[in-house]
Design a protein around this ligand. Structure first.
Ligand code: DGL
Length: 270
């Protein structure tokens, strides 16, 4: 039976990871849950993020999934280690894959990390980076205005540019980073604007590609890869506004939900 990969996020950001999962693993079914109603998770205390993440995991587990991808840095920082110990199926987050991609990219060993307050406070990125290379100079910055802006569907234009430029000013001034990790799965939706502000010489890293690669490796090692490309259906669930969800879907996948008959989107209450 073709069991699905379960993917979760606090809202629409995890769709950036889903895009890469679908590209690299076209035979796999995806079940996605985004908790837009309670988004953002970034400013919430750890115990609350853990509880909400657990509720999303329980929802996914009811759908007989074979693996979980926590496509949210905040939930990864706060809940991944506990989930790894308790879940009967493989579970991965986005922080280690993001750290590995940054290490591959940096030449001057100066890496910047932007993320939610929770992710930055947890120190999960500097820890993951220094576990691999202690010589790296890591500068972190919380960007609390980015997620609410993305969840409202403001991805470009004057307002987005102003908020991104103002927020990133301290990072631009501080150190000569050559690599900037988008340590929040919502941020790739602002990538064009972030790139324009940071300048051509800074490599922008999002963890989605590396996360999809790791998912593929884990499925192979556990002999869970699905090889039959027939009857691939994807289910997306959101606790929030369906219209915004569809708008973000369109900007990531470059097509409307309705143009893809194998994609089903539904509203749920967690
Ligand atoms: N997309 C999420 C992340 O990667 C969370 C954003 C939020 O809910 O604050 O951290």
């Amino acid at each position: 039976m073709n069991r699905a990969i379960g993917v979760l996020d606090s809202g629409v950001g995890g769709l950036t990871v889903v895009y890469e999962l679908m590209r690299q693993l076209p035979n796999e079914k995806i079940i996605y849950v985004g908790d837009t109603l309670r988004c953002p998770y970034g400013p919430r205390p750890q115990h609350e993020v853990k509880q909400f993440t657990l509720e999303l995991v329980q929802f996914l587990m009811k759908n007989n999934i074979k693996m979980i991808v926590i496509a949210c840095n905040t939930a990864t920082a706060y809940a991944l280690e506990d989930l790894k110990k308790t879940l009967p199926i493989p579970v991965i987050g986005v922080i280690k894959p993001g750290a590995r991609a940054a290490i591959k990219s940096t030449k001057n060993k100066k890496v910047g990390i932007i993320g939610t307050e929770g992710t930055i406070k947890s120190n999960a990125y500097p820890n993951a980076l220094h576990q691999i290379n202690t010589e790296l100079e890591v500068t972190t910055l919380a960007c609390p205005l980015f997620v609410p802006m993305v969840e409202k569907g403001i991805l470009q234009g004057k307002k987005a540019k102003e908020v991104v430029a103002d927020t990133l000013t301290p990072l631009k001034k501080a150190k000569e980073i050559d690599t900037l990790v988008l340590g929040c799965t919502h941020y790739p939706l602002l990538e064009g604007t972030i790139k324009a502000v940071m300048g051509e010489e800074v490599q922008i890293i999002s963890s989605s590609e590396e996360t999809a690669r790791e998912t593929s490796t884990i499925l192979e090692v556990h002999q869970l890869l699905h090889k039959n490309p027939r009857n691939i259906e994807h289910h997306f669930y959101t606790t929030g506004d369906l219209n915004i969800f569809m708008k973000i879907y369109r900007s990531i996948f470059n097509r409307n939900v309705g143009e893809h008959p194998n994609i089903h989107i539904e509203n749920i209450i967690i």
